[in-house]
Design a protein around this ligand. Structure first.
Ligand code: NAD
Length: 256
């Protein structure tokens, strides 16, 4: 379905971003991966699906590096047809104790980077008459949790940015939507499970049960594969008129 299309997925060396990159690759898209840590494994996983794959290590908190990544992708594959803004970090603390540097980093990586990639990707998408911008927000783009001020502010911002971009592209072949996952068992959440186990002197299994039980009625994690399938749907012709949605896949979290 996505042969001859190119998808750039930020923060795709791990977790949800890698799951979405693999789902788009399985549909025939060329993939540009981005993110930190091991790159060899993710590059191989995506290439094994038959995709043309490239990697750029831009730091999503750095606008100049984001510009370099966007130029690299356009030069390597002609243009970016599908932009998935997924890179994100978490920091957990009460507002009055929140380290200022962590606030700035969460806002830069989780929110401002999506502004930069979007503004740089849109002209070519509009000129081509087709494009997909998919913002990986969170259920925290719809509701709040204590101790996550920067993350919740950034994710609500991403949902707002999604709506504005959807309006500004409404008469074009470019769509912009957000995905709002509940808990997904990635390294980002494993850290929160481990912290809970440490703080409560409980096992990882018990901490996992408690984490799900507090927020997610299904008591089940959403998987990167399920989120990848939703991203593929947003890229399909059936989703041509899905615009500005903030689509939760959260086991009922936001329904409460
Ligand atoms: P993860 O930690 O597994 O992956 C994060 C990715 O972002 C990694 O590839 C990492 O290298 C990259 N990254 C981090 N900082 C970066 C930077 N400065 N520049 C470039 N890349 C950077 O986390 P994940 O759970 O897969 O999270 C992916 C997205 O999904 C995030 O935006 C997160 O907020 C969102 N999300 C996660 C969950 C969850 O439960 N895991 C729920 C809702 C939303």
């Amino acid at each position: 379905m996505l042969a001859n299309k190119t998808a750039l997925v930020t923060g795709s060396t791990s977790g949800i971003g890698l799951g979405i990159a693999k789902a788009l690759a399985a549909q025939g898209a060329n993939i540009v991966l981005n993110g930190f840590g091991d790159t060899e494994g993710p590059l191989k996983e995506v290439a094994d699906l038959g995709a043309e794959v490239a990697y750029h290590g831009a730091d999503m908190s750095n606008p100049a590096e984001i510009e370099a990544m966007m130029a690299f992708a356009a030069q390597r594959f002609g243009q970016i047809d599908i932009l998935v803004n997924n890179a994100g970090i978490q920091h957990v603390a009460q507002v009055e104790d929140f380290p200022v540097e962590r606030w700035d980093a969460v806002i830069a990586i989780n929110l401002t980077s999506a502004f930069h990639t979007t503004r740089l990707a849109l002209p070519a998408m509009k000129a081509a008459g087709w494009g997909r911008i998919i913002n990986v927000a969170s259920v925290h783009g719809l509701v709040a949790s204590a101790q996550k001020s920067a993350y919740v502010a950034a994710k609500h911002g991403v949902v707002g940015l999604t709506k504005v971009v959807a309006l500004e592209t409404a008469t074009t072949g470019v769509t912009c939507n957000a995905i709002c996952p509940g808990w997904v068992l990635t390294p980002l959440v494993q850290k929160q499970v481990d912290a809970k186990a440490d703080a409560g002197g409980i096992s990882i299994e018990e901490a996992t049960r408690q984490l799900l039980g507090e927020k997610e009625p299904s008591l089940q994690f959403t998987t990167p594969e399920e989120l990848g399938a939703l991203a593929v749907f947003f890229c399909s012709p059936a989703a041509n008129n899905v615009r500005g949605a903030a689509w939760n896949m959260d086991g009922g979290w936001a329904a409460q």
